[in-house]
Design a protein around this ligand. Structure first.
Ligand SMILES: Cc1cc2nc3c(=O)[nH]c(=O)nc-3n(C[C@H](O)[C@H](O)[C@H](O)COP(=O)(O)OP(=O)(O)OC[C@H]3O[C@@H](n4cnc5c(N)ncnc54)[C@H](O)[C@@H]3O)c2cc1C
Length: 427
């Protein structure tokens, strides 16, 4: 029998959520926890289609902290997550520069870095045990809304709810109804090669074996490129990713096969260890070339009648250097569910407006950190770094990371709602 997880009073609010990625599934769990009735529609035919892809994904304390409210989830994640609380940084020539410790952030909440599919499976299991309804193989083709309700179209059939959450990732169709036009992605000018394979492939390699002697986390920083390496589960699993200037086409897809020969060209002249990592990637390893797209910040996250809200990558794609994409998508779901809880069914549209008011500025400030870190690394001033190695550390700011989205929403909701009712909206 499924465990009986704590739930707040039943609100009677029916919520359709489109997309069962991290944003959608987190929103569903939070809606269920707060007494609403979520229904998730996902176009993938089964969970395996979601867990099959992806490699390392990171939840910083502001994201991971929310998992602590879902019984058993954080404990299960910690078992499969990387057990490091530092990042060792090297120059592209292989000289050690500095160790950045994250130990002091412990009081801000847990940090979870692990395999996307594994972490997703843990959240999905929790959602199912709670009784969240997820329907697979449901491709939403259209959205609609009027004063009283909103809905979606699947296989030509209309489905209705009080509100609809569009959590369909970067290629969201929901954006069109919210914006009134199709906004086209732009090239960010960068792409990422990402690889994941068994630590066994390098455990006998004299130059690399120390990297899988326990968990590790290190980065090599050079002109217009940064190369990150980590191992998990005591070195049993290993991955590397590098962001580089992109000379290819823009495609919003995670599944371009990457080629070792192409990767090696980018790291020509780099430290032998970096080249050896790439060269040692097994032929059957997962290696992809992912083009990073950029979109201008959306003018709004919500539809004209305030019954449809964009969340996660559908609302705001993040650069990997922000390390915030997944965490912000969790915060979105937490805040939206909390706004609906505070507003009640009769005021569902006020809740959707409040969600946008509460999220808009924070999300865009967080997005900007990705560009800042990339510039800091790719255009590093090595004379300055020689004098102050910490200048190359990731910026870790309390406003962003030491943050409880649910608490903040509960504290601010009344004031934000009063402002909206008095016509003092941000937009
Ligand atoms: C295959 C894949 C692999 C990824 N791998 C990594 C990784 O290794 N590391 C990393 O940091 N980030 C990765 N990401 C991105 C990361 O998961 C997201 O940036 C972040 O978690 C925010 O998630 P999201 O739920 O907003 O979007 P997504 O994770 O993109 O989820 C959107 C979901 O909506 C579904 N969907 C889309 N259109 C429809 C429709 N019309 N009807 C119904 N369902 C629909 C999609 O199938 C998908 O499951 C990956 C994303 C994808 C899709």
């Amino acid at each position: 029998m499924a465990p009986d997880f704590p739930r707040r009073l039943v609100s009677g609010i029916k919520v359709i959520i489109v997309g069962a990625g991290f944003a959608g599934i987190a929103a569903a769990i939070e809606c269920h926890r707060k007494g609403h009735t979520p229904l998730v529609l996902e176009k993938a035919s089964a969970i395996e289609e979601i867990t099959r892809y992806g490699d390392i994904i990171s939840f910083d304390p502001n994201g991971a902290h929310n998992f602590e409210r879902w019984p058993g989830v954080i404990e299960a994640m910690q078992k499969v997550a990387r057990q490091t609380n530092w990042l060792d940084l090297y120059s592209w020539k292989g000289e050690f520069v500095t160790r950045q410790s994250f130990a002091e952030e412990k009081t801000w909440g847990p940090r979870i870095n692990g395999h996307r599919g594994e972490l997703y499976s843990i959240i999905h299991k929790h959602a199912v045990e709670r009784g969240v309804e997820i329907r697979w193989g449901q491709r939403v083709t259209d959205y609609f809304e009027d004063e009283d309700k909103a809905g979606v179209v699947v296989d030509g059939e209309k489905m209705f709810a009080d509100v609809v959450i569009a959590a369909e990732g970067v290629r969201s169709r929901g954006r069109k109804i919210v914006l009134g036009f199709d906004d086209k992605p732009k090239s960010s000018g960068y792409a990422v090669y990402r690889s994941w394979f068994s630590g066994d492939a390098i455990k006998d390699n004299d130059m690399l074996k120390h990297l899988v002697d326990g968990d590790s986390h290190l980065g090599f920083i050079g002109p217009d490129l940064h190369f990150l390496v980590s191992s998990l589960k005591g070195g049993k699993e290993f991955n590397w990713v590098f962001t580089h200037v992109d000379d290819g086409n823009i495609e919003e897809d995670w599944q371009f096969p990457g080629r070792i020969e192409d990767c090696l060209k980018y790291v020509e002249g780099w430290a032998p260890i970096v080249q050896e990592i790439v060269r040692s990637t097994p032929k059957d390893a997962r290696l992809i070339d992912y083009k990073l797209v950029f979109r201008d910040p959306l003018p709004t996250f919500i539809s004209p009648k305030s019954r449809i809200a964009l969340i996660g990558d559908a609302a705001h794609p993040f650069l990997p250097t922000s390390i915030q994409g997944a965490s912000q998508s969790i915060e979105d779901g937490v805040v939206l569910a909390a706004c609906l809880e505070m507003a009640g069914k009769e005021n569902a549209t006020l809740a959707i407006k409040a969600y946008e008011e509460i999220r808009y500025e924070r999300v865009h400030k967080a997005q900007a950190t990705g560009v800042k870190t990339r510039e800091k690394w790719h255009k590093a001033n090595w004379d300055e770094i020689k004098r102050t190695p910490e200048a190359i550390h990731l910026t870790r700011e309390a406003w962003l990371l030491n943050f409880d989205a649910e608490k903040d929403c509960h504290e601010r909701y009344d004031e934000v709602a009063r402002g909206l009712q008095a016509g003092r909206a941000r937009l």
